[in-house]
Design a binder for this molecule. Sequence first.
Ligand code: FAQ
Length: 329
Amino acid sequence: MYAQEVKSTGKGVKSLDEMDPQERAFQERIDADIKIEPKEWMPDGYRKTLIRQISQHAHSEIVGQLPEGNWITRAPTLDRKAILLAKVQDEAGHGLYLYCAAETLGVSRDQMTEDLLSGKAKYSSIFNYPTLTWADIGAIGWLVDGAAIMNQVPIQRCSFGPYSRAMIRVCKEESFHQRQGYDIMIKLANGTNAQKEMAQDALNRWWHPSLMMFGPPDDQSVHSAQSMAWKIKMNTNDELRQKFVDETVPQAEYLGLTVPDPDLKWNEERGHYDFGELDWNEFYEVIKGNGPCNRERLEARQRAWTDGAWFREGLVAHAEKRASRVAAE
Ligand code: FAQ
């Protein structure tokens, strides 16, 4: 069996000529857009990269419930509360599909949970920022779900069957999330002066972290080249970031809000917006665990795990009792 560790650096991507026959046949299937299914042979590096990306993605959905969950009890109307509740529940569902997709690759749910709770596993940087006002709920739906869609729509076409199929449903739900967020922003931006200021303040705080969701600049991205060759990623981080800026700036203009970037300017020649350099030190600090809410988020997940122990134990006891009754019959 082919067991060479594929180094996931841009430079480490092998050409077809450098591959052994099994690996070459695998790559040719990917190049022909044939999906890879869990029980089929795959290079170790492909499996590892998928486990890393899908589990990080699942953790992001789970931890991502926390910033918005913080506002469920304080939503301004019953309708807003019902919508937010449904949205946060959708995120839990996304986490579960994704954990299942990762499990098909041989990693256990327990292992993934342990990695999250111990702080070993990464989850999206964006969820380490606080939700200070109701407008933040609008900004998250509009910008964070908007960025998530931009990233995940192409992954619907990725090479691994379970991940690509999970993305189809996830993207449908994310579209509703984005619309509900933008709807909150429309109401606030057209409300009183104080409401408009609150919307602007949320945009000011969430704009740059949302752009960082796409990952480091291409020249610092460790995994992009190999992940793109394997069609685990379909675009580079900078390509998707640019697409997001191009689509979102007109939406901010429609709201009458100002994107907090003095360097933002339409570039006629490129047919894209130019935008200012992001603070990548901030990004690396956040993913190292030093963002404004990293500790709080992890503690919330650890508490939920501990508090839920009685329920998990109850389920196991019930399943064991049932199994022994069936065996006795
Ligand atoms: N945060 O070489 P690359 C959502 C890490 S879901 C934290 O470019 P890659 C729904 C990266 O892991 C949001 N870490 O990495 C929702 C790697 O470290 P490692 C999540 C980041 O994997 C909405 C290192 O930096 N979406 O929002 C981040 O090729 C509202 C080098 O980076 C997904 O996970 C980051 N932002 O590209 C839920 C989508 N960026 O692992 C609730 C699938 C990079 O070597 C409420 N994932 N890193 O230790 C992907 O498309 C990719 O994994 C990227 C990163 C694009 C995120």
